[in-house]
Ligand binder design. Structure first.
Ligand SMILES: [Zn+2]
Length: 49
């Protein structure tokens, strides 16, 4: 694979890990980014394999 990796770390402030509440079970979890609103437990129920 010829993947061009960036040497400089991008200051992605929008992708900060934050403690959020799951929209499905209401349990608090560490979301990896803003769009992550569902905890791994609920999310992993499908397509984890
Ligand atoms: Zn959940």
């Amino acid at each position: 694979m010829t993947y061009r990796s960036k040497l400089k770390p991008e200051p992605d402030r929008r992708s900060e890990p934050k403690l959020r509440k799951c929209l499905k079970c209401g349990k608090e979890f560490i979301s990896e980014h803003v769009g992550e609103r569902i905890c791994p437990t609920c999310k992993g129920r499908k397509g984890l394999y």
